[in-house]
Design a protein around this ligand. Structure first.
Ligand SMILES: C[S@@+](CC[C@H](N)C(=O)[O-])C[C@H]1O[C@@H](n2cnc3c(N)ncnc32)[C@H](O)[C@@H]1O
Length: 284
């Protein structure tokens, strides 16, 4: 079967109402980041549904590791008065921005979110039903020992019946030095730059740039220094960390047969494609 390219850094963003208001001098990189790579409604729906499917009840307490601007945390607590969340990130800048732009506008509901300016390996205030690490952020852990330690801590910290969900991307394209430009209807171009990759260590240097219709650019708005982990090796490490069951959820394909459709279902083998995004769902 011919390989297919699926969406890589998060899913295709299609919005109406072209505005063309952004330039490098007036744009806010956190806003651009959220527009470019985050899909909070879809992510929360997936996380809530997968827990409901496995446990037959609703997850109420959520933890977002590497939370950055707390976007998922905010969407979780918005679900209703019983929903609480904790966000963990070592950088106070996105946390501060996220509090102002994502939590504060929620009013009283924001009180159900707790912000931790701490390492993702630190324990929760309350054990979560669902804990996630999104957009491959946990790839900052470069050795098997570090990754195992993180996964063991995540497992030990889950509530009874809790699940730990990580996303990942793979396929041969993720090891290629390349730049992928996506023109967004909001009026700017999101650039995913796989600048360097070293096969001996499986490490890479990756950047996000933003380009604007007036020709201006924010170069290296975000920098990632990651080890490119494979699906199977992550699954093995989750199992070694003591998770009782680890399932892969694989993205379906759009009608064009070329790109991902944002719908993830349980899958044993997957399909040979140039680039894919998948989830691993690990049960305590
Ligand atoms: C790619 S951003 C993720 C933002 C957002 N959560 C998302 O899903 O797109 C990665 C974040 O991880 C944070 N980070 C890096 N190492 C960390 C660690 N050891 N513990 C907690 N946060 C960390 C960075 O400060 C950064 O905000």
């Amino acid at each position: 079967m011919a390989p297919k390219s699926k969406s890589k850094k998060h899913k295709d963003k299609k919005r109406k109402n072209k505005q063309h208001k952004y330039t490098a001098s007036n744009a806010d990189i956190h806003e651009l980041y959220q527009i470019s790579v985050q899909s909070p409604e879809e992510d929360i729906e997936f996380l809530a549904n997968v827990y409901q499917e496995i446990r037959g009840r609703k997850a109420l307490h959520f933890r977002e590791d590497f939370c950055g601007t707390l976007l998922l945390t905010a969407h979780w607590v918005k679900q209703g008065p019983k929903y609480t969340a904790e966000g963990f990130d070592i950088d106070e800048n996105p946390l501060r921005w996220g509090f102002e732009h994502n939590l504060k506008p929620l009013g009283k509901a924001a009180e159900r979110a707790t912000i931790h300016a701490k390492d993702a390996r630190e324990p929760s205030e309350k054990m979560p039903d669902v804990r996630c690490a999104q957009n491959f952020s946990y790839w900052v852990f470069k050795t098997r020992r570090e990754m195992l330690d993180y996964f063991q801590k995540a497992r030990a910290d889950l509530a009874k019946g809790g699940i730990f969900v990580i996303d990942l991307y793979g396929g041969p394209e993720c090891y290629e030095a390349m730049e992928e430009e996506t023109d967004l209807d909001e009026g700017f171009t999101y650039v995913w730059d796989q600048d360097e990759y070293w096969p001996v260590t499986n490490e890479g240097k990756l950047y996000i740039h933003f380009r604007f219709p007036d020709g201006s650019e924010i170069s290296r708005a975000f920098t990632y220094d990651w080890r490119m982990w494979g699906l199977r090796e992550l699954r093995d490490i989750l199992e070694d960390a003591g998770f009782s069951k680890v399932d892969c959820y694989w993205e379906g394909t759009d009608e064009d047969g070329e790109s991902g459709n944002g719908i993830f279902t349980k899958e044993e083998q997957g399909e040979n494609c140039l680039a894919y995004v998948a989830y691993l769902v690990a049960q305590k």
